[in-house]
Write a protein that binds this ligand. Structure first.
Ligand code: AHG
Ligand code: MN
Ligand code: MN
Length: 341
Protein backbone atom coordinates (compact mmCIF):
# COMPACT_ATOMS: atom_id res chain seq x y z
CA UNK A 1 0.00 0.00 0.00
CA UNK A 2 1.30 3.43 -0.91
CA UNK A 3 1.57 5.69 2.10
CA UNK A 4 1.65 9.44 1.73
CA UNK A 5 3.34 11.83 4.10
CA UNK A 6 0.75 13.79 6.03
CA UNK A 7 1.61 17.18 7.49
CA UNK A 8 -0.66 18.23 10.32
CA UNK A 9 -1.21 21.90 10.99
CA UNK A 10 0.66 21.66 14.30
CA UNK A 11 3.68 20.16 12.52
CA UNK A 12 3.44 22.83 9.83
CA UNK A 13 3.31 25.64 12.39
CA UNK A 14 6.28 24.29 14.32
CA UNK A 15 8.28 23.83 11.08
CA UNK A 16 7.50 27.44 10.13
CA UNK A 17 8.55 28.61 13.58
CA UNK A 18 11.97 27.03 13.11
CA UNK A 19 12.59 29.56 10.31
CA UNK A 20 12.41 32.27 12.96
CA UNK A 21 14.89 31.37 15.72
CA UNK A 22 13.95 34.54 17.60
CA UNK A 23 10.27 33.46 17.79
CA UNK A 24 9.03 32.89 21.32
CA UNK A 25 6.35 30.38 20.36
CA UNK A 26 3.56 32.68 21.63
CA UNK A 27 1.98 33.01 18.20
CA UNK A 28 2.16 29.25 17.64
CA UNK A 29 0.37 28.70 20.96
CA UNK A 30 -2.32 31.22 19.98
CA UNK A 31 -2.82 29.28 16.75
CA UNK A 32 -3.27 26.07 18.74
CA UNK A 33 -6.01 27.79 20.79
CA UNK A 34 -7.74 28.84 17.54
CA UNK A 35 -7.48 25.31 16.15
CA UNK A 36 -8.98 23.83 19.31
CA UNK A 37 -11.89 26.30 19.21
CA UNK A 38 -12.40 25.56 15.51
CA UNK A 39 -12.68 21.83 16.24
CA UNK A 40 -15.21 22.45 19.01
CA UNK A 41 -17.31 24.75 16.80
CA UNK A 42 -17.03 22.25 13.95
CA UNK A 43 -18.35 19.50 16.22
CA UNK A 44 -21.35 21.63 17.20
CA UNK A 45 -22.10 22.65 13.62
CA UNK A 46 -21.95 19.02 12.47
CA UNK A 47 -24.44 18.07 15.20
CA UNK A 48 -26.62 21.14 14.73
CA UNK A 49 -29.44 19.24 13.07
CA UNK A 50 -29.49 16.65 15.87
CA UNK A 51 -29.46 18.89 18.90
CA UNK A 52 -31.53 21.90 19.65
CA UNK A 53 -29.15 24.65 18.65
CA UNK A 54 -30.64 25.79 15.40
CA UNK A 55 -32.99 28.74 15.34
CA UNK A 56 -33.21 32.10 16.94
CA UNK A 57 -31.40 33.22 20.03
CA UNK A 58 -33.91 33.99 22.76
CA UNK A 59 -36.35 31.09 22.28
CA UNK A 60 -37.01 28.49 24.98
CA UNK A 61 -36.53 24.74 24.50
CA UNK A 62 -38.58 21.90 26.00
CA UNK A 63 -36.44 21.88 29.14
CA UNK A 64 -37.36 25.51 29.63
CA UNK A 65 -33.80 26.57 28.84
CA UNK A 66 -32.91 29.36 26.51
CA UNK A 67 -31.99 28.08 23.05
CA UNK A 68 -28.79 29.68 21.93
CA UNK A 69 -28.23 30.49 18.33
CA UNK A 70 -25.17 28.85 16.84
CA UNK A 71 -23.37 32.12 16.28
CA UNK A 72 -23.72 32.94 19.98
CA UNK A 73 -22.40 29.46 20.84
CA UNK A 74 -19.48 29.84 18.43
CA UNK A 75 -18.63 33.20 19.96
CA UNK A 76 -18.67 31.76 23.48
CA UNK A 77 -16.55 28.81 22.40
CA UNK A 78 -13.90 30.95 20.72
CA UNK A 79 -13.78 33.39 23.63
CA UNK A 80 -13.54 30.58 26.14
CA UNK A 81 -10.79 28.68 24.26
CA UNK A 82 -8.82 31.88 23.72
CA UNK A 83 -9.25 33.06 27.31
CA UNK A 84 -8.32 29.70 28.81
CA UNK A 85 -5.33 29.43 26.48
CA UNK A 86 -4.27 32.88 27.68
CA UNK A 87 -2.19 33.54 24.56
CA UNK A 88 -3.91 36.81 23.64
CA UNK A 89 -4.66 39.86 25.74
CA UNK A 90 -7.87 40.94 24.01
CA UNK A 91 -10.54 39.68 21.66
CA UNK A 92 -12.55 41.83 19.27
CA UNK A 93 -15.66 39.99 18.18
CA UNK A 94 -18.44 40.85 15.78
CA UNK A 95 -20.77 39.56 18.52
CA UNK A 96 -19.46 41.85 21.29
CA UNK A 97 -20.03 45.56 21.43
CA UNK A 98 -16.74 46.30 23.21
CA UNK A 99 -13.21 44.97 23.51
CA UNK A 100 -13.12 41.69 25.45
CA UNK A 101 -10.05 42.11 27.66
CA UNK A 102 -8.58 38.85 28.90
CA UNK A 103 -7.16 39.18 32.37
CA UNK A 104 -5.22 36.29 33.77
CA UNK A 105 -1.57 36.00 34.77
CA UNK A 106 -0.61 34.45 31.45
CA UNK A 107 -2.59 36.66 29.04
CA UNK A 108 -1.53 39.84 30.86
CA UNK A 109 1.90 39.39 29.33
CA UNK A 110 0.60 38.55 25.86
CA UNK A 111 1.17 41.03 23.05
CA UNK A 112 -1.51 39.61 20.73
CA UNK A 113 -5.01 40.86 19.98
CA UNK A 114 -7.35 38.68 17.99
CA UNK A 115 -10.32 39.83 15.97
CA UNK A 116 -13.05 37.31 15.03
CA UNK A 117 -16.27 36.83 13.15
CA UNK A 118 -17.15 33.63 15.05
CA UNK A 119 -19.78 32.58 12.52
CA UNK A 120 -19.97 34.09 9.09
CA UNK A 121 -23.03 33.39 6.98
CA UNK A 122 -25.33 32.85 9.94
CA UNK A 123 -28.43 33.07 7.75
CA UNK A 124 -27.24 29.82 6.16
CA UNK A 125 -27.01 27.84 9.41
CA UNK A 126 -30.60 26.66 9.36
CA UNK A 127 -30.49 25.58 5.71
CA UNK A 128 -27.31 23.50 5.91
CA UNK A 129 -25.19 25.60 3.57
CA UNK A 130 -21.52 26.40 4.14
CA UNK A 131 -20.62 28.80 6.94
CA UNK A 132 -17.31 29.92 8.42
CA UNK A 133 -15.22 31.57 11.10
CA UNK A 134 -12.87 34.44 10.22
CA UNK A 135 -9.97 35.61 12.39
CA UNK A 136 -7.00 37.92 12.36
CA UNK A 137 -4.17 38.64 14.76
CA UNK A 138 -2.52 41.98 15.60
CA UNK A 139 0.28 42.96 17.96
CA UNK A 140 -0.68 45.51 20.59
CA UNK A 141 1.06 48.89 20.41
CA UNK A 142 1.03 49.66 24.13
CA UNK A 143 3.18 47.76 26.59
CA UNK A 144 2.20 44.39 27.96
CA UNK A 145 0.62 44.43 31.46
CA UNK A 146 -1.04 47.78 30.62
CA UNK A 147 -4.78 48.02 29.91
CA UNK A 148 -5.41 47.26 26.20
CA UNK A 149 -6.45 50.53 24.55
CA UNK A 150 -8.75 51.33 21.64
CA UNK A 151 -5.67 52.42 19.65
CA UNK A 152 -4.21 48.94 20.14
CA UNK A 153 -7.34 47.55 18.50
CA UNK A 154 -8.01 50.06 15.73
CA UNK A 155 -5.00 49.22 13.60
CA UNK A 156 -4.81 49.16 9.83
CA UNK A 157 -5.19 45.75 8.23
CA UNK A 158 -1.64 45.97 6.93
CA UNK A 159 -0.50 45.49 10.54
CA UNK A 160 -2.03 42.02 10.70
CA UNK A 161 0.43 39.37 11.89
CA UNK A 162 -1.79 36.57 10.64
CA UNK A 163 -5.27 36.01 9.26
CA UNK A 164 -7.34 33.02 8.37
CA UNK A 165 -10.71 31.36 8.17
CA UNK A 166 -12.34 28.05 8.84
CA UNK A 167 -14.96 26.95 6.36
CA UNK A 168 -17.50 24.41 7.59
CA UNK A 169 -18.50 23.06 4.19
CA UNK A 170 -18.71 19.62 2.64
CA UNK A 171 -15.44 19.25 4.48
CA UNK A 172 -13.99 21.55 7.12
CA UNK A 173 -10.95 23.52 6.09
CA UNK A 174 -8.67 26.02 7.76
CA UNK A 175 -6.92 28.49 5.46
CA UNK A 176 -4.41 30.98 6.83
CA UNK A 177 -1.51 33.29 6.14
CA UNK A 178 1.21 34.80 8.30
CA UNK A 179 2.35 37.02 5.42
CA UNK A 180 4.33 34.32 3.70
CA UNK A 181 1.78 32.83 1.28
CA UNK A 182 -1.50 31.07 1.96
CA UNK A 183 -1.93 27.45 3.00
CA UNK A 184 -5.06 25.34 3.39
CA UNK A 185 -5.64 22.39 5.74
CA UNK A 186 -8.53 19.92 5.64
CA UNK A 187 -9.87 18.41 8.84
CA UNK A 188 -9.53 14.64 8.87
CA UNK A 189 -12.17 13.87 11.46
CA UNK A 190 -10.95 10.27 11.86
CA UNK A 191 -7.72 11.54 13.45
CA UNK A 192 -9.05 14.95 14.57
CA UNK A 193 -6.30 16.81 12.75
CA UNK A 194 -6.20 19.55 10.13
CA UNK A 195 -3.86 18.19 7.42
CA UNK A 196 -2.08 20.22 4.74
CA UNK A 197 -4.18 19.75 1.59
CA UNK A 198 -3.78 23.06 -0.29
CA UNK A 199 -0.16 24.25 -0.05
CA UNK A 200 0.73 27.71 -1.33
CA UNK A 201 -2.69 28.72 -2.69
CA UNK A 202 -2.59 31.19 -5.59
CA UNK A 203 -5.75 32.83 -6.91
CA UNK A 204 -5.96 32.89 -10.72
CA UNK A 205 -5.29 36.35 -12.24
CA UNK A 206 -8.78 36.28 -13.70
CA UNK A 207 -11.81 34.03 -13.51
CA UNK A 208 -15.33 33.42 -14.73
CA UNK A 209 -17.34 33.89 -11.54
CA UNK A 210 -18.88 37.02 -10.09
CA UNK A 211 -20.43 36.99 -6.63
CA UNK A 212 -22.73 39.82 -5.61
CA UNK A 213 -26.24 40.08 -4.18
CA UNK A 214 -27.87 41.09 -7.44
CA UNK A 215 -31.23 41.46 -5.72
CA UNK A 216 -29.90 44.85 -4.63
CA UNK A 217 -29.05 45.82 -8.24
CA UNK A 218 -31.32 48.87 -8.28
CA UNK A 219 -29.63 50.15 -5.12
CA UNK A 220 -26.11 49.94 -6.63
CA UNK A 221 -24.07 52.87 -7.99
CA UNK A 222 -24.05 53.10 -11.81
CA UNK A 223 -20.43 51.92 -11.99
CA UNK A 224 -21.25 48.66 -10.19
CA UNK A 225 -24.31 48.14 -12.41
CA UNK A 226 -22.01 48.60 -15.41
CA UNK A 227 -19.57 45.98 -14.14
CA UNK A 228 -22.38 43.49 -13.53
CA UNK A 229 -23.75 44.12 -17.02
CA UNK A 230 -20.22 43.66 -18.36
CA UNK A 231 -20.05 40.26 -16.59
CA UNK A 232 -23.26 39.21 -18.34
CA UNK A 233 -22.31 40.46 -21.78
CA UNK A 234 -21.64 37.81 -24.45
CA UNK A 235 -18.03 37.93 -25.64
CA UNK A 236 -16.28 34.74 -26.63
CA UNK A 237 -12.76 36.18 -26.47
CA UNK A 238 -13.05 37.09 -22.78
CA UNK A 239 -15.16 34.01 -21.99
CA UNK A 240 -18.19 36.06 -21.05
CA UNK A 241 -20.87 35.81 -19.84
CA UNK A 242 -19.39 34.90 -16.46
CA UNK A 243 -21.29 32.71 -14.02
CA UNK A 244 -23.10 34.26 -11.07
CA UNK A 245 -22.50 32.47 -7.75
CA UNK A 246 -23.69 33.96 -4.47
CA UNK A 247 -24.34 31.85 -1.40
CA UNK A 248 -24.76 34.62 1.16
CA UNK A 249 -21.84 33.28 3.24
CA UNK A 250 -18.98 35.50 2.21
CA UNK A 251 -16.53 32.91 3.40
CA UNK A 252 -17.94 30.27 1.05
CA UNK A 253 -18.06 32.68 -1.89
CA UNK A 254 -14.55 33.94 -1.13
CA UNK A 255 -13.12 30.43 -0.74
CA UNK A 256 -14.53 29.25 -4.06
CA UNK A 257 -13.24 32.34 -5.84
CA UNK A 258 -9.83 31.93 -4.18
CA UNK A 259 -9.46 28.43 -5.62
CA UNK A 260 -11.17 28.97 -8.98
CA UNK A 261 -10.73 32.66 -9.72
CA UNK A 262 -13.51 35.22 -9.49
CA UNK A 263 -14.67 38.44 -7.89
CA UNK A 264 -16.72 39.06 -4.75
CA UNK A 265 -18.42 42.44 -4.41
CA UNK A 266 -20.39 43.96 -1.57
CA UNK A 267 -20.75 47.49 -2.86
CA UNK A 268 -22.14 50.62 -1.29
CA UNK A 269 -25.89 50.86 -1.81
CA UNK A 270 -28.28 53.80 -1.63
CA UNK A 271 -29.48 52.41 1.69
CA UNK A 272 -26.03 51.50 3.09
CA UNK A 273 -23.33 53.80 1.67
CA UNK A 274 -20.64 51.78 3.46
CA UNK A 275 -21.99 48.42 2.35
CA UNK A 276 -22.61 45.75 4.94
CA UNK A 277 -19.37 43.97 5.67
CA UNK A 278 -17.23 44.76 8.68
CA UNK A 279 -13.69 46.00 8.21
CA UNK A 280 -12.16 44.43 11.32
CA UNK A 281 -13.85 41.04 11.32
CA UNK A 282 -14.45 40.29 7.64
CA UNK A 283 -12.72 42.58 5.15
CA UNK A 284 -9.23 42.92 6.63
CA UNK A 285 -8.55 39.20 7.14
CA UNK A 286 -9.87 38.30 3.70
CA UNK A 287 -7.95 41.18 2.10
CA UNK A 288 -4.71 39.93 3.69
CA UNK A 289 -5.37 36.40 2.41
CA UNK A 290 -6.39 37.66 -1.05
CA UNK A 291 -3.19 39.69 -1.39
CA UNK A 292 -1.01 36.89 -0.11
CA UNK A 293 -2.56 34.60 -2.73
CA UNK A 294 -1.82 37.13 -5.50
CA UNK A 295 -5.27 38.74 -5.56
CA UNK A 296 -6.42 42.11 -4.30
CA UNK A 297 -9.05 43.85 -2.16
CA UNK A 298 -10.38 47.40 -2.35
CA UNK A 299 -13.15 49.55 -0.92
CA UNK A 300 -13.58 50.94 -4.44
CA UNK A 301 -11.41 53.90 -3.51
CA UNK A 302 -8.53 52.47 -1.51
CA UNK A 303 -6.73 49.29 -0.61
CA UNK A 304 -8.67 47.64 2.21
CA UNK A 305 -5.48 47.03 4.21
CA UNK A 306 -4.73 50.77 4.28
CA UNK A 307 -8.04 51.85 5.80
CA UNK A 308 -7.53 53.27 9.29
CA UNK A 309 -10.46 51.96 11.34
CA UNK A 310 -12.40 54.59 13.28
CA UNK A 311 -14.50 52.15 15.27
CA UNK A 312 -14.60 48.43 15.97
CA UNK A 313 -17.75 47.62 14.03
CA UNK A 314 -17.00 49.86 11.05
CA UNK A 315 -18.41 48.77 7.69
CA UNK A 316 -16.73 49.26 4.31
CA UNK A 317 -17.61 48.37 0.73
CA UNK A 318 -15.59 45.41 -0.60
CA UNK A 319 -14.30 44.34 -4.01
CA UNK A 320 -12.01 41.32 -3.71
CA UNK A 321 -10.68 38.35 -5.65
CA UNK A 322 -8.75 37.90 -8.90
CA UNK A 323 -6.57 40.90 -9.62
CA UNK A 324 -7.67 41.67 -13.17
CA UNK A 325 -11.36 41.38 -12.34
CA UNK A 326 -11.13 43.58 -9.24
CA UNK A 327 -9.09 46.21 -11.06
CA UNK A 328 -11.67 46.47 -13.84
CA UNK A 329 -14.61 46.54 -11.40
CA UNK A 330 -12.95 49.30 -9.36
CA UNK A 331 -12.18 51.29 -12.52
CA UNK A 332 -15.82 51.09 -13.66
CA UNK A 333 -17.02 51.89 -10.11
CA UNK A 334 -14.86 55.02 -10.04
CA UNK A 335 -15.93 56.15 -13.53
CA UNK A 336 -19.56 55.70 -12.44
CA UNK A 337 -20.99 56.70 -15.83
CA UNK A 338 -24.36 55.67 -17.22
CA UNK A 339 -23.60 53.07 -19.89
CA UNK A 340 -25.78 50.91 -22.06
CA UNK A 341 -24.84 47.28 -22.69
P1 AHG B 1 -22.65 37.40 9.26
O1 AHG B 1 -23.36 36.09 9.14
O2 AHG B 1 -21.34 37.27 9.99
O3 AHG B 1 -23.51 38.50 9.80
O4 AHG B 1 -22.18 37.85 7.79
C1 AHG B 1 -23.06 37.76 6.71
C2 AHG B 1 -22.50 38.55 5.60
C3 AHG B 1 -21.66 37.75 4.60
O5 AHG B 1 -21.22 36.53 5.01
C4 AHG B 1 -22.53 37.63 3.41
O6 AHG B 1 -21.81 37.62 2.22
C5 AHG B 1 -23.42 38.82 3.49
O7 AHG B 1 -23.57 39.10 4.85
C6 AHG B 1 -24.76 38.58 2.87
O8 AHG B 1 -25.47 39.74 2.93
P2 AHG B 1 -26.73 40.00 1.96
O9 AHG B 1 -27.80 39.03 2.42
O10 AHG B 1 -27.09 41.42 2.21
O11 AHG B 1 -26.28 39.74 0.55
MN1 MN C 1 -19.77 37.71 8.71
MN1 MN D 1 -21.01 36.56 12.01
Amino acid sequence: MKTQKVTTISQFISEQQQNFPEATGDLSRLFLDIILAAKIVNRDIRRAGLVDILGTHGSINVQGEEVKKLDVIANEEFISALSLGGDCCAILSEENEDIVRIKNPHSNKSKYIISIDPLDGSSNIDVNASIGTIFSIYKRISNVYEEVTMDDCLQKGENQIAAGYIIYGSSTMLVYTTGNGVNGFTLDSSIGEFCLSHPNIKIPETGKIYSVNEGNFNEFPEGVKNYINYCKQIDKASKRPYSARYIGSMIADFHRNLLRGGIFIYPPTNKDPNGKLRLMYECNPLAFIAEQAGGTASTGYERILEVLPEKLHQRVPLFTGSKQMVELAVKMFQENTIQSF
